[in-house]
Ligand binder design. Structure first.
Ligand SMILES: [Zn+2]
Length: 438
């Protein structure tokens, strides 16, 4: 019989289709939510009184870069293309398997401590196995893939031919896709149109369909990038991916610079928009027209993007900002808190094709649960729990996290990552890496 956990008296924010919120009990059996009711009179292997907690679905961030976490706070005040070519690519190019593993562990530690349980990650060109190994050991749930870059000026460590890029991606897919009952999945990840040949973009789309995996890339983040794509390919970023028939399940990070036709395409082709408000502001990229997307029924989810363009991976910060940045443009009624919470949970699940597994608290779904301290001076009182979660909850309020039915955070302490060891290693590893990136 699989391990059971009975959680009593919690304020449960389900994010189910009815958006039910109630005080009650929840039974986890194995890695699934087995029962959910105002009161459950059953015994379990483990019982927790959660009267002091709000329980939300584990948060889903659909666009992050674990390989960049080691470069946090090292690349401020630059616009996208300079940020990439002057800072991020030289850094990424210098990564070793050890440094990339540490970067991933640091990122996963921060993500878990702030309640995120599933991510979609874009890796770098090499050493992707180290990211998958860190994900595997941490218990984190992820859709990940190596960055593909077969075109344009880039440092030596990020150079690869079209065939090498595709072969390595397929090798990784075969090795990692479906690991631990689907906890880890593969996604093809061409970096963005400017760093890829047409051939690579097209072949990757064909392969994504053949292997039934996601296609994850950046598009229309920055005005200059969007202009360069139009110059080189003769169409807009969004039109390009549509024309290449990239896939039937396309995930595009940013979509800040889109015109009327692009928006129609996003809507018609059910393209998933991965919104990263902090990164869009910090790189001065712009403000994505999210209220318009939502009105069109486009699926919009959230991501912190890279630590060097944020500089955190904290979903609460991302939710708050996703709401606030639209209000001066579209009015205070735009982006209500419940819509923002959906973006950070069920919409993320939908983008990852995992809406039957994660993103809400429902019987049969995976037991990915975030326990948030309710009674905090900065977040009481409240009437609308969504308001509390989006505007006044802090990352530190996350006390426990259950992921795939296992405790990955208990009383604020990471269970699968040696936090002290990670903290001790960061400066030394970074110093070594900066030596070689000069
Ligand atoms: Zn990104």
């Amino acid at each position: 019989m699989s391990h059971s956990i009975l959680i009593k008296n919690a304020l449960i924010v389900t994010v189910n289709p009815q958006m039910d919120v109630f005080r009650g009990d929840l039974l986890v059996r194995g890695n699934r939510i087995d029962e959910l009711a105002p009161s459950l009179n059953i015994s379990a292997d483990e019982t927790i009184d959660a009267i002091d907690y709000i329980i939300t679905p584990g948060f889903v961030q659909t666009h992050v870069h674990l390989c960049q976490v080691l470069f946090r706070n090292l690349a401020d005040d630059l616009s996208l293309l300079d940020w990439l070519t002057k800072k991020i690519w030289p850094f990424e190019s210098s990564h070793t398997p050890e440094s990339i593993s540490l970067s991933a562990q640091l990122g996963i530690a921060e993500l878990i401590k702030s309640g995120t349980t599933t991510i979609m990650d874009m890796g770098t060109v090499r050493h992707q196995d180290a990211i998958f190994e860190a994900l595997a050991q941490s218990g984190m749930s992820a859709v990940a893939g190596k960055a593909m870059m077969d075109f344009g000026d880039r440092p030596e460590g990020l150079q690869e031919t079209t065939q090498q890029s595709i072969d390595e991606s397929v090798r990784l897919l075969k090795q990692w896709h479906g690991y631990d009952d689907g906890r880890l999945q593969y996604a093809f990840a061409p970096r963005f149109a400017l760093s890829c040949t047409r051939e690579l973009l097209q072949e990757t789309g064909r392969l994504a369909r053949e292997y039934r995996v996601l296609y994850h890339t950046h598009a229309s983040e920055n005005i200059k990038e969007s202009e360069l794509v139009r110059e080189r390919f003769g169409v807009s970023n969004i039109q390009l991916f549509d024309k290449l028939e990239a896939t039937d399940h396309l995930c595009l990070a940013h979509c800040v610079w889109t015109d009327h036709d692009d928006k129609e395409l996003l809507q018609d082709k059910k393209i998933n928009v991965l919104h990263c408000p902090s990164a869009n502001l910090k790189l001065g990229s712009g403000i994505a027209p999210i209220p318009d997307y939502l009105e069109r029924g486009i699926n919009v989810s959230l991501g912190a993007d890279g630590a060097p363009c944020n500089n955190n991976l904290n979903i609460f910060q991302e939710m708050r900002l996703a709401a606030l940045i639209q209000k001066p443009l579209s009015g205070p009624q735009s982006m209500p808190a419940d819509a923002v919470l959906k973006m950070a949970t069920i919409n993320g699940a939908r983008a990852l094709n995992m809406e039957n597994q994660i993103g809400s608290i429902e019987v049969g779904k995976r037991a990915d649960l975030t326990f948030i301290k309710n009674n905090q001076v900065h977040s009481i009182p409240f009437d609308n729990v969504y308001s509390k979660l989006v505007y006044s909850t802090q990352a530190n309020d996350v006390e426990h996290v259950l992921l795939n039915g296992k405790w990955v955070l208990k009383a604020g302490i990471l269970q699968t990552i040696d936090e002290k060891k990670v903290l001790q290693s960061v400066n030394k590893t970074l110093a070594k890496l900066l030596q070689t990136s000069k």
